[in-house]
Design a protein around this ligand. Structure first.
Ligand SMILES: *[C@@H]1O[C@H](CO)[C@@H](O)[C@H](O)[C@H]1NC(C)=O
Ligand SMILES: *[C@@H]1O[C@H](CO)[C@@H](O)[C@H](O)[C@H]1NC(C)=O
Ligand SMILES: *[C@@H]1O[C@H](CO)[C@@H](O)[C@H](O)[C@H]1NC(C)=O
Ligand SMILES: *[C@@H]1O[C@H](CO)[C@@H](O)[C@H](O)[C@H]1NC(C)=O
Ligand SMILES: *[C@@H]1O[C@H](CO)[C@@H](O)[C@H](O)[C@H]1NC(C)=O
Length: 411
């Protein structure tokens, strides 16, 4: 898992042979010396903030938690943040903690204490940590556990076009969130266990989601798509939910920059994924708040009463821009977008604690569609959910963003 910067740089350039000219420029661009905007946040500072966040969250969720204490995405996104802090510091205590948290759900025989037949993509994400543990320890139980999650994806119900349902209780629905929940795991698994044929399916998930949810005017993606048009939130013509929710677009953006890490260099669909992430980068930058560098809960309605600058989406975008630029998936100019966002995050959302920890504030607690307490997907719905501190969906991305910022700053 731990790679040297030089190796990553080389593999990034190598990956672009098919787009020779453009890509040469991109890769050379990312090797250029420090530009003025990079001087503002130094490497030590952002990594220290990530460690502070790790300290607070590892103490909050020392044994149980976060959230419902299940093998699902809130655990997964939090531990992904811890994993990046581990990679950046090489401090064993982070690895031990990840192993402890995962082992609470993965038995010695490799079974996972979770409900397979719910067919929820939300349960796949923690599989990324299972794969990390397998690569690090070579303990066969992690391989068996990962194979169970792979099997869930094999049996996962799909739309007629081949898109994964978000879960069994949300039939014929694709949500942007689901791409982050499933695809990076799916891609890492396929790479590790040589399932070359899976990559066409993985690319297809992103392509269908973009095709069905992208607004041609703004370039932004609507939160959900209901192929069946049964849901009240779905537009009868397009099947789309009505709003651009910040965190949902953040999940999708992170999903694509993480999936590309595992995607074969010469796969014919790689170019399509790069085109999608470049379209998205343009659209999301347009809705960045100019004053603060942050993003709004409902992305395209900055001035509407009740809207607010939301911290989980802001960290997700900073992570995606910084990583995408560092790895050459998007132009290196987006480092500036990330830095500007990160400065706003540190200034507005990060509260340093006297014990050396940190609180991450202003996180939208949830955002869903449909369900029993019916969520209608309107602006009014998204601003009605509580705003909380130290929710794992903000804590994890804040650590990821912080580590990425530290990586993007030349030493
Ligand atoms: C695997 O271990 C778990 C927990 O110890 C146990 O509940 C389960 O029955 C075992 N499954 C098999 C197939 O051995
Ligand atoms: C697992 O989920 C399925 C589908 O929602 C449900 O029918 C079943 O009762 C659940 N099993 C357990 C053990 O909770
Ligand atoms: C959906 O909307 C219709 C009318 O527009 C309403 O009668 C129905 O109760 C709504 N259903 C839900 C679950 O909100
Ligand atoms: C930090 O967050 C916790 C909740 O996780 C809260 O109880 C505490 O008061 C906060 N501290 C500060 C200084 O804001
Ligand atoms: C949608 O739900 C919100 C609350 O979540 C409510 O305020 C609003 O009136 C609802 N809108 C419609 C059109 O049902």
């Amino acid at each position: 898992m731990i790679k040297s910067g030089a190796l990553e740089m080389r593999s990034t350039c190598g990956s672009f042979v098919t787009m020779a000219v453009l890509v040469l420029i991109l890769c050379l661009g990312s090797l250029l010396p420090v530009t003025s905007f990079e001087a503002d946040i130094d490497k030590e500072q952002s990594l220290t903030l990530a460690e502070r966040m790790a300290k607070t969250s590892m103490s909050l969720w020392a044994v149980t938690g976060p959230a419902k204490d299940r093998f699902q995405y809130e655990l997964g996104v939090f531990l992904r943040g811890i994993e990046l802090v581990w990679e950046a510091t090489d401090d064993k205590k982070y690895f031990e903690y990840i192993k402890f948290k995962v082992d609470r759900f993965v038995a010695n025989n490799g079974t996972i204490n979770y409900n397979f037949t719910e067919f929820t993509l939300d349960n796949i994400l923690t599989g990324r940590l299972v794969l990390s543990l397998y690569e690090r320890t070579k303990d066969n139980k992690y391989k068996k556990a990962a194979q169970i999650l792979r099997e869930q994806l094999r049996q996962q119900p799909r739309t007629h076009e081949g898109g994964f349902w978000h879960k069994l209780t949300y039939p014929y629905q694709m949500w942007l969130d689901g791409l982050y929940m499933a695809e990076p795991f799916y891609a890492e698994f396929a790479k590790l266990f040589h399932e070359y044929n899976a990559f066409g399916d993985i690319a297809k998930q992103f392509i269908i989601m973009e095709l069905r949810s992208r607004d041609s005017k703004t370039g932004l993606l609507y939160h959900g798509y209901d192929e069946s048009r049964v849901q009240n939130w779905s537009d009868p013509k397009t099947g789309r939910s009505p709003s651009f929710w910040g965190r949902a677009v953040g999940w999708y953006f992170m999903a694509i920059v993480d999936t590309l890490d595992f995607f074969p260099m010469y796969h014919p669909k790689r170019v399509q994924l790069l085109a999608i992430v470049n379209r998205l980068a343009i659209a999301v930058k347009k809705v960045q708040d100019q004053k603060t560098g942050l993003w709004w809960q409902v992305l395209d309605k900055p001035n509407k009463k009740g809207n607010y600058l939301e911290s989980s989406a802001s960290s997700m975008f900073v992570y995606s821009y910084a990583k995408g630029a560092r790895k050459g998936y998007i132009s290196p100019v987006y480092i500036a977008t990330a830095k500007k966002g990160y400065e706003g995050i540190v200034k507005n959302f990060a509260v340093k604690l006297s014990d050396g920890g940190l609180n991450y504030t202003r996180i939208a607690s949830v955002g869903g569609l449909g369900g029993t307490h019916y969520r209608n997907g309107t602006f009014e719905y998204y601003i009605s959910e509580p705003i909380v501190t130290n929710d794992p969906k903000g804590v994890g991305p804040f650590m990821m963003a912080s580590v990425e910022i530290s990586r993007s700053t030349p030493v």
